[in-house]
Design a protein around this ligand. Structure first.
Ligand SMILES: CCC/C=C/C=C/C(=O)SCCNC(=O)CCNC(=O)[C@H](O)C(C)(C)COP(=O)(O)OP(=O)(O)OC[C@H]1O[C@@H](n2cnc3c(N)ncnc32)[C@H](O)[C@@H]1OP(=O)(O)O
Length: 278
């Protein structure tokens, strides 16, 4: 297990090869401060290379999933900018601020292990951006999703505008959510395809989602991680480029022992197949 401890995250291993990452500032309704943004990146980069991790559940501790960007954090930026008079110097600070947080969100997508987001109650602003970079999403029936950035006078800038249209497949819906900042309830999250399933309560959701993660973790890590890598690649390329990419990928990966082990297991109806760590 990765021996890294975090101030704003809690990391546990509920089942073999399944890691559970929780946003953990419950007394601050998981407001995303600078430490949390940086720790999310560190955590997913660490799990990316941890051979004991094959699937990751992302949830949050406390009353709500997250209220988004920490207002205290935002208020520290103003005085920092005020010390400079030149627009280029101020812009450099803001560019670094935005790209650091973009990289935090993107770490979920760059992590080779599937990330399953499990959302309860409110998922606002930066949190909504974050879960669009997960592989799959689940929520409780009391959950709502809100792109609230316009209400604080900014355009969402850490991934939702880029990823959400591809997740829900409706440009019109994304524009409505982003322009109005209205709350999207769980029922609509399900019907729009943002989430795969709605659970009655949080405990049931965590149990259910850990179960799905365990099912994924029981498969060949070569196959699962190759599938994720190629799905992400294909999303951003033409069909032919995606086909070329998977052909190059599999010319190597089909020589892996996992291909033989899994094929023989399927053909002989073998259960509980063991794959080497990757
Ligand atoms: C480069 C930037 C990249 C990232 C950009 C990200 C942008 C965003 O995330 S935009 C969205 C920002 N978040 C919000 O606008 C959320 C505003 N808050 C709410 O809508 C409600 O507070 C909420 C639905 C979360 C909870 O409502 P409830 O009625 O249950 O509680 P409240 O009394 O409203 O709040 C409880 C205490 O939490 C404090 N709080 C709320 N939001 C934030 C926040 N974003 N950051 C820090 N603190 C927050 C609120 O002030 C209350 O504190 P206290 O009065 O001390 O109890």
């Amino acid at each position: 297990m990765s021996q890294v401890s975090y101030e704003t995250l809690s990391v546990t291993v509920p089942k073999e090869f399944v890691y559970h990452v929780e946003l953990s500032r419950p007394d601050k309704i998981n407001a995303m401060n600078n430490t949390m943004w940086m720790e999310i990146k560190k955590c997913f980069e660490t799990l990316n290379t941890d051979e004991n991790c094959r699937a990751i559940v992302l949830s949050a501790a406390g009353k709500i999933f997250t209220c988004g960007l920490d207002f205290q954090q935002v208020m520290q930026v103003g005085p920092q900018l005020a010390q400079m008079s030149d627009i280029a110097r101020k812009a450099k600070i803001l560019y670094q601020f935005v790209t650091n947080y973009q990289n935090s969100v993107s770490s979920l997508e760059l992590c080779r292990k599937p990330v399953l987001a499990a959302v309860h109650s409110a998922c606002i602003g930066g949190g909504f951006n974050l879960i669009t970079a997960a592989d799959m999403r689940y929520c409780t029936k009391d959950a709502f999703f809100q792109l609230k950035e316009v209400d604080i006078g900014m355009a969402a800038d850490v991934g939702a505008l880029q990823r959400l249209p591809k997740v829900v497949g409706s440009d019109s819906l994304v524009r409505e959510l982003a322009y109005t900042a209205r709350k999207m309830p769980a029922s609509e999250a399900l019907s729009s395809g943002l989430v795969s399933k709605v659970f009655d309560d949080k405990d049931g959701m965590i149990e259910g989602v850990v179960g799905i993660a365990a099912e994924i973790a029981s498969k060949s890590p070569v196959a699962v991680q190759g599938t994720k890598f190629n799905l992400v690649y294909s999303r951003d390329h033409t069909v032919q480029e995606g086909l070329d990419h998977i052909a190059m990928w599999n010319q190597t990966m089909m020589q892996s022992e996992d291909f033989t082990t899994a094929t023989v297991a399927q053909a002989t109806k073998q259960k509980n197949v063991v794959f080497e760590k990757l």
